[in-house]
Design a protein around this ligand. Sequence first.
Ligand code: 6GU
Length: 254
Amino acid sequence: MRFDILTIFPDFFSSPLAEGMIRRAVQDGLVLIQTHNIRDYATDKHAMTDDRPFGGGEGMVMKPEPLAAAVEQARGSGVDARVVLLTPQGRTLDQQLAEELAGEEQLILVCGRYEGVDERFRAAYVDLEVSIGDYILTGGEPAALVLLDSVIRLLPGVLGCGDSAENDTFSRGSRGGLKYPQYTRPRIFAGREVPEVLLSGDHAAIERWRFLAAVRRTISRRPELVAAMEFTPAERKLLRENDISLPPAGNGGE
Ligand code: 6GU
């Protein structure tokens, strides 16, 4: 998969992309990530990428021509890339959107600044607008990094173990809920013991314990996620037997 990042701060991305799983994915040729400095596509002699808003008011607006030229360049002659603008006005990134984007061949990520980009660039070039949550960042760069990370780890061959993305919190394996708590050695830490069942070697009992712990955790921390979780009749029985009550059955979420 190929990512092209359009930014006025290309250095922002150098160290995050040179570490850990993303670095390995790049080295293994699973992803190609190219940053483009929007300033290099400016046409005037001062290499201006933003200007004052027509109509007056606060802040600066990103000029459309350098953004358009950078998108054209990033597109090259290749595939039909999707152009994604990072903006707090976009669709909120969640696991489902990350999975959707992981199916693309090329994404062009446009890092807008907080005050915004010229509306005509948005209308003519942008396929999708994405936000990473209801708070304001100084620019789209940290959001682009978050999107990149969440998508890259879903690509085949990126995670060490074949199915480890399946059971992530928010994923199908966890039914869109939170994941169960994890323990490793030592068996006693800060006076707290590892739950006995996890040491029992009884895999069915361990599965049951994890299922119940995951549902309890989701109910207490993210009750709004519970309504969309689906359970088999056997699982519903298990929940009842353990005094875990769910919202009324048959409503498939919000
Ligand atoms: Cl994509 N950009 C900015 N500037 N702020 C944000 C955001 C994006 N997502 C959440 N807050």
